[in-house]
Design a protein around this ligand. Sequence first.
Ligand code: ADQ
Length: 480
Amino acid sequence: MLHSKDRSTVKTLIISNRLPIKIERKKSKLKFTASEGGLATGLGSFYKENGSYWLGWPGIIPKNKEEEAYIREELKKLNLIPVFLTEKQIRDYYEGFSNAVLWPLCHYRPSYVELKESYWNAYQEVNQLFAEATAEIVDPSMRIWVHDYQLMLLPMMLREMNESASIGYFHHIPFPPVELFQMLPWREELLRGLLGADLVGFHTFENVDNFLDSCSGIFQNEIDRDNFRLSGRRISVDVFPMGIDYEKYSQQALSPETITYSQRLKNLFKDQKLILSVDRLDYSKGIIQRLNAFELLLNMHPELIGKVVLFMLIVPSRDQVNQYKKLRNEIDRMVGNINSVYGKPGWQPVAYFYHAVPFEILSAHYLAADICLITSLYDGMNLVSKEYIASKQDAPAVLVISEFAGASKELSDALQINPYAVRRTSETLYEAIEMPLEEQAERLSASQEIISKFTVHHWVNLFMERLSEVKEQQQQELAR
Ligand code: ADQ
């Protein structure tokens, strides 16, 4: 049995579709930079400790065997293990099954789902590839933590390789209601894949319920929902709302570089309320609904012309997938339309940027913004909302968040919206603009209290503790 003091010494293998690294080809040289995503930050210190590893796709196709060996060597120094994918695998497994089947299904967009057998075949093939790569490095004492919907088959593949392995799985995006999930021709295989894990985690209770509904609906007699087990093996399914590295965001907001840049932004938009949105290009983020609500705000409150700006930072994402290309065109059209109808010389209502920005600059935007607007139509958690709150020392700061983002469950002091209700959203935006500073400060500090406590480090520890507990329970049951 593991005692809690021993738990920290157990080695862990993190597995996710992407490694937490960016590799760019600069002339003939390769440049390696750490990525700054929520997962990378949260697990960053943890996987490097005492011989732990992270396995995943490095995001690059090597030119030849020598380059592949070089990348492998360089990554090894960072405790990273690459799984290389071919162009076809990237197209069919990643852009295909992951992003044109599972992503739209999990985000309530069944009409976007492209049910192609070739996608499914590639998904199985790549999950198998990950299983084989794991087999090469894992030792039986290691805990394995699999991340996200690209690897739903992997837990069972790993289980079949080692019956007693310690396997956790975390689903970062929503899990759909059973009515949607059961439309998948491969629903049984996917669920069975997840049930190879000892612990399956989600951001919200709603997701846990949806998952359990699907399991009991699809496996009926095989699964006992109240005493969840498959073939006698206990499986725990639980809620772990992911947090952020609070210190990192709050400290960055105090740095001279960020303060100077933020001041420049404020000067640029002098005497205007700055409404900020930050997201990846994605139809789940409600960008169209956001633009509609903002346009209606200007229409209903002409006194705001010249006094408010919607500042949208959008990171390019999946632009090879059809629905994303269409979305981008639609955003371009709508921004152009709003700016041409409501703009005036020297002022444009929407400032729109289609690129990622470095961390210091992102932080400066959070710091400068009077309002942060999250309009997700469905979002597992939404880390941006938490990053905004952590970056603010004080008011002015109002978070307006969709009730369909997982984070809204924790952030009850933010103004909540249903982004489909465009008129109501624009009224809430007006309320945010008019909110007295004192009320802003009260709401902000209530949210900060929660986010500073439930950080990403807390999330990692909680998940790992729970995984150890499940293993202990399984061992006790076996010993009985
Ligand atoms: P995402 O859908 O990517 O994550 P989110 O949680 O908001 O959504 O994370 C986005 C990250 O990208 C944030 O850390 C943000 O700072 C960064 N980012 C966004 N725009 C940027 C820009 N222009 N420049 C630089 N950085 C930018 C998925 C799920 C979410 C879930 C997370 C974690 O869809 O619901 O919260 O995983 O589980």
